[in-house]
Design a protein. Structure first.
Length: 293
């Protein structure tokens, strides 16, 4: 079974997690990272290896040759409106089960696989794999990590950048969402220290004047993964509708953590990656779930 690697680091981590799950079930699974190595993407290309120093099995030359046959058949079937019976599968929703994938006749899987049920039971193994390479951490990041560990730290992720494009389906988390999330955290943790992570520091300074915070903005390019590291060591997390901060919260090993996420992730559908054990807040600031009872 071949899993395609694509997208930014958060997406690559989901794809790697599915790969590890399949291998834990005894299946022969490999990763196709050719596109990220040759062409990169709108982010930082292939990031798994330099962020975590993990290794994985790549598709072989024979599998590469077969891929081209499968992909051409897939395109022909799609063009003719035929039922896809080829070995190439393109994910069209996030609700497939691992059993669906395991029992599929397909051999090549292209998708994002953003569903924690795929890998929840191998969490300990993934925590070992997703151990951050801190060799790129500068003095400012090291000092910030020390401060985060010494207080009731709460990360806030505000993603703008590519989410501002006209063809973006993701949308931007509203200020009502963030104000409600901060208020909730301050009620639970009066001594909370807030750390805002954003790719738009000027906008943060203009719009978050109503609260105290430390702005984390300097980790860029190949060092941007260090922001996930810093978010993961915060005691609590307020995430955006972004896999980048989703993984920061998921990797957070504080057993008493509070995680707040948006109820809605994509503008034109009801899918949400916010886990049932986390708190969901609507874009109008209404708290619609408060985690497990």
């Amino acid at each position: 079974m071949i899993i395609k690697l694509m997208g930014g680091l958060g997406n690559q981590m989901f794809q790697y997690a599915l790969y590890k799950k399949l291998r834990s079930l005894g299946r022969h699974a490999v990763l196709d990272d050719r596109g990220l190595i040759r062409h990169g993407n709108q982010h930082n290309g292939l990031e798994l290896e330099h962020a975590f120093r993990i290794t994985y099995e790549r598709m072989s030359r024979l599998e590469t040759a077969r891929y081209y046959v499968w992909f051409v058949r897939y395109l022909i079937h799609r063009k003719l409106g035929l039922r896809f019976s080829s070995r190439y599968f393109c994910e069209d929703h996030f609700q497939m089960s691992v059993n669906d994938i395991m029992n599929s006749s397909c051999k090549y899987f292209s998708g994002y696989w953003q569903n924690e049920t795929y890998f929840r039971d191998i969490r300990d193994e993934l925590l070992r794999d997703f151990c951050f390479d801190l060799s790129r951490a500068d003095e400012k990041t090291i000092q910030t990590a020390m401060q985060i560990r010494q207080c009731e730290s709460v990360s806030i992720h505000v993603r703008r950048g590519d989410f501002l494009s006209e063809d973006n389906r993701m949308g931007i988390c509203t200020m009502e969402y963030y104000k409600s999330a901060v208020s909730y955290m301050m009620h639970l943790y009066p001594d909370a220290g807030f750390y805002i992570f954003s790719d738009d520091p000027a906008w943060i300074e203009e719009n978050f004047f109503w609260m105290p915070y430390k702005l984390v903005y300097w980790n860029k390019g190949k060092s941007s993964y260090l922001d996930i590291y810093l978010m993961s060591i915060c005691r609590h997390n307020i995430i955006a509708n972004s896999t980048f901060s989703w993984w920061g919260a998921w990797l957070n090993q504080n057993k008493r953590k509070t995680v707040i996420g948006p109820e809605k992730w994509i503008t034109d559908c009801e899918i949400s990656l916010t886990l049932d054990s986390w708190i969901k807040i609507r874009e109008d600031g209404h708290i619609c779930s408060s985690g497990p009872v």
